[in-house]
Each structure stands twice: as structure tokens, then as C-alpha cells.
Write a protein that binds this ligand. Structure first.
Ligand code: NDP
Ligand code: MG
Length: 428
């Protein structure tokens, strides 16, 4: 049935996902072809797990990684993709050596650098779905390349929208389905659409990270090991530290603003440490639709790949996904306001989002540089918001006319953040 908005106008339908389940039983038209950008990472591992469990639904035909050639080599031998890309020439050489030594007789075309990732993002048939799961601003360029080539994109890389949302969404909305768990939750709560017209508020939940409830003074001394010990999710190092500073939630507010085109005041963050409710949509009549599920990225990822159908991750006639457990109702659910004084990165991100222009790109770049320095033990945990704040005060006012302008702001902010890190070194 055609969906209508309040004024009776037909709502545009998203043209995302594979639609296989809608067309008939899984496998009736064969598996979808999937190009995975960032296959050696945490989201990449979720994709690999799904591809192993459901070969009749998804086939990995192309893959991009950075430097983890050992892991990539095993995945190339297992999935036998036609195209691969790695960070540079030395990684290509090592991958070739590994594949020859493995003796499995499969050697894909191997590309390198950002151009190589663009090639992987645009290769294959027009029906190939691209999983954008590189970490950081490096994900923007191949995501944009995939979208320009008309590829459906399962979007985990939130930085693509933080930097390029103003350019991406107007033209490419119909090609995107969110993977980030909160945005998948909102997408599901809206009934499988990015169209949030008539919605009063989007409520993004945040676990609060490992330092929830700690005093600001305590946070000056926390270690990378403590910051990496996330209570509910297992993720890559950058996003895990961002969950501890709440920068991740700030980036997600900006991501939500772009995906669902909501006014800033209509995006609310609530701390929900149990990570059971992944986000909510409040309608004009005060009724709230929430999405609940296991804290396992294979859930939103499979939804993005199978949309508008769902995969039987719990079994139910098909094979159950190893290690995937149904949600246990064994905890009280709590919700609280975030503490923006102790965790200033959330406020900084919200302000950068509202400022617009180059500010979100500066916020993100400063965050990437600062988190890397923190993980190397060069700066303290609370230096992360200080560096982000200083960069935003010096840069970010630029108006952006093209994606390339956002990448230019990213570079400028990286250089400034690095200088700030150098000035602070040793004070950790
Ligand atoms: P990881 O750090 O675990 O993995 C990052 C991946 O990107 C690796 O495959 C890495 O390659 C690759 N990569 C990084 N930089 C480059 C580069 N310059 N060129 C080529 N490849 C590169 O990150 P996550 O999987 O945790 O996160 C990926 C994205 O998904 C992020 O944007 C994150 O915010 C988002 N996301 C992640 C969630 C999670 O649960 N992990 C949840 C929601 C969103 P290599 O290791 O080989 O160097
Ligand atoms: Mg998230």
C-alpha cells in the first residue's frame, strides 16, 4: 500500500538494500554481491561472519583493507574475491607473497591507495552492494565513489556523513541504508525509511562508555587500556575511545541529522547503559517506537543487507548465526541525561553540527588525531576534548561548496591537531 504523509502526499520509498526476501525465498535469485571496504576491521568481521553463515544470501566479491595483510590474505583465500585493495605498494607486495605461499591458486587484481579503494567501491555489476566500513574520514572518498556509481551503500562509516552529509544526502538518499546501530534502530522504528516527516523527536541512546558516572578530575588519569574496555560493544579502537569520550554520540547526532533531516533540537541523546534499546522515534502524538535487540553489529548489518526482509539469525528454519544470542530480559532498563560537563566532546560535536560548514570536518579530524595520540600514550584522555575544542576555535568557519572542500578542512585540522599534540607530548 502506498504510504502517505499527513497532507496526503505519497511518501518517497527508499530504494535501498537488496530486496531479495521481498522477491521470494532467500537464494531464489542468488546471493547479493558485496564489496566490503574495511574488511579487516570490526564491522568487516561482522560482514565476514554473515557471509560465512549465509552463502546463499551474500557473496563477498571485492574487499578493501589497510595494512592488516595477514588477515586479508586469509579472507582472500576463503572468499576468492575478484578485486582487492590495500593501503600501499608494500602491502600489495606482502599480500602477493602470502597468496603465493598459501598455494590456493587464487590471485585477485590488487589495487592500492585511495584510488584502489574507489576501484573496489565501484567494481562489479550495478547490483553490487557496498559496505562502507573503513574507519575515519578515509571512508568518505570511496563511499562517495560508490554512490556516484549508483551503488547501494550499507553505511557504517559515519564520518562520510559528518564530513559530506550536506552533499551526499540530497543526491544519494535513496541509495543509503544505515548500519550504525542507533540509526538502524531509527530506520526500523520508522518502518524501514529515512523519511522522518511528522516525527517529533529522535532519541539516540548512548551506553555512556566505560567512564559513566566518573568525575571529570578522575578522567585526567585514565589509561588507553581502561578506555578500550567498553562495557557492552566490541568495536575498533577509534570508535571505542569515542564511546568513552562521548564524541561517538556527538558524531552520531550529526549523522542522524543528515540521514533523517531532523532539526537539531529534535535530536535528543539519552544515556542507557544496558545497550538494549538502540534508539527511539517519538511521534507527534507522544507515542514512542523503540527498537530493541542484542548488542551485536551483525543485527543492524544483516538488516541493512537484507532490507526489506530479515535474515533468520536465530535459526527459525535456517541456520542460526554462531555466537548470536536472543535478547535476554534480565536487566532493568534505565535512561538518563548525558553529562556534557564531564564529557565535553558531546557538546563540542553538537555545537560543530549546528555551526555547519567546515566545523564537523574539523571536529572529526581533530578527534582522529587526538585519539591516535592518546592510544600511543602521548597525551591524556582529557586532552582529547581540549584538542578538539582548540581546533574548532581556530578553524571550521569555512563554507563548503564541494566534498573536496570538506576534505581540505580535514587536512588543515589534522595539521593543527598534530601541532597541538606535539606541544602537549610528555604531559600525559
Ligand atoms: P576498525 O578499526 O575495526 O577497522 C577499520 C577498517 O578500516 C580496517 O579494515 C582498516 O584496515 C581499514 N582502514 C582504515 N584506514 C584505512 C585506509 N586509509 N585505507 C584503507 N583501509 C583503511 O573500525 P570499525 O570496524 O570499528 O569501524 C569502521 C567504521 O564503522 C567506523 O566509521 C565506525 O565509526 C563505524 N561503526 C563501527 C561500529 C562497530 O561496532 N565497530 C558500530 C557503528 C559504526 P587495516 O586494519 O587492514 O589497516
Ligand atoms: Mg552507533
Amino acid at each position: 500500500m502506498e504510504q502517505k504523509d499527513r497532507t496526503g502526499r505519497p511518501l518517497p520509498q527508499p530504494r535501498v538494500g537488496t530486496g531479495r526476501d521481498a522477491d521470494g525465498p532467500a537464494g531464489a535469485r542468488g546471493p547479493i554481491d558485496l564489496a566490503v571496504l574495511g574488511i579487516t576491521g570490526s564491522i568487516g568481521a561482522s560482514a565476514v561472519s554473515l557471509a560465512r553463515a549465509y552463502p546463499e544470501r551474500v557473496r563477498v566479491t571485492a574487499m578493501a583493507a589497510g595494512r592488516n595483510v595477514e588477515r586479508l590474505g586469509g579472507l582472500v583465500e576463503e572468499f576468492r574475491p575478484e578485486l582487492v585493495s590495500v593501503r600501499g605498494e608494500s602491502e600489495r607486495g606482502r599480500l602477493l607473497e602470502l597468496l603465493r605461499a598459501g598455494g590456493k591458486g587464487h590471485c585477485p587484481e590488487i589495487f592500492i591507495g585511495p584510488e584502489g579503494m574507489d576501484t573496489v567501491a565501484t567494481a562489479g555489476s550495478p547490483d553490487t552492494v557496498v559496505l562502507s566500513a573503513v574507519s575515519g574520514a578515509a571512508g568518505l572518498r570511496p563511499t562517495w565513489a560508490a554512490l556516484k556509481a549508483g551503488r547501494r551503500v550499507a553505511l557504517a562509516n559515519k564520518e562520510s556523513l559528518v564530513l559530506g552529509g550536506d552533499f551526499i544526502m540530497p543526491a544519494m538518499k535513496r541509495l543509503i541504508v544505515p548500519v550504525d546501530s542507533e540509526h538502524s534502530a531509527v530506520f526500523q522504528a520508522l518502518g524501514g525509511t529515512l523519511d522522518a516527516r511528522g516525527v517529533r523527536r529522535i532519541i539516540l541512546t548512548a551506553s555512556g562508555g566505560p567512564f559513566l558516572g566518573r568525575a571529570r578530575e578522575d578522567l585526567e588519569r585514565v589509561t588507553p587500556g581502561e578506555a578500550l574496555a567498553h562495557p557492552s560493544w566490541s568495536m575498533g579502537p577509534k570508535i571505542t575511545v569515542d564511546s568513552a569520550t562521548l564524541l561517538n554520540k556527538g558524531l552520531e547526532v550529526i549523522e542522524a541529522r543528515h540521514l533523517f533531516q531532523m532539526p537539531w533540537d529534535a535530536i535528543k541523546v539519552l544515556v542507557h547503559p544496558q545497550s538494549v534499546v538502540h534508539s527511539m522515534v517519538e511521534h507527534e502524538d507522544g507515542q514512542i517506537v523503540a527498537q530493541l535487540g542484542p548488542a551485536d553489529m551483525r543485527a543492524p548489518l544483516s538488516y541493512a543487507l537484507g532490507f526489506p526482509g530479515r535474515w533468520p539469525l536465530l535459526g527459525g528454519g535456517g541456520a542460526a548465526l554462531p555466537g548470536y544470542r536472543p535478547l535476554a530480559f534480565d536487566r532493568d532498563l534505565t535512561f538518563a541525561e548525558p553529562d556534557r560537563r564531564t564529557f565535553p566532546c558531546l557538546r563540542l560535536a553538537e555545537e560543530a553540527g549546528r555551526s555547519g560548514g567546515g566545523a564537523p570536518a574539523v571536529l572529526n579530524a581533530a578527534g582522529e588525531v587526538a585519539v591516535e595520540a592518546f592510544l600511543r600514550g602521548e597525551i591524556g584522555f582529557m586532552a582529547i576534548p581540549r584538542i578538539v575544542s582548540d581546533c574548532l576555535q581556530s578553524l571550521g568557519a569555512a563554507r563548503l561548496y564541494r566534498i573536496e572542500d570538506a576534505l581540505g578542512e580535514d587536512l588543515k585540522a589534522r595539521a593543527l591537531a598534530l601541532r597541538l599534540v606535539q606541544g602537549m607530548r610528555g604531559s600525559a
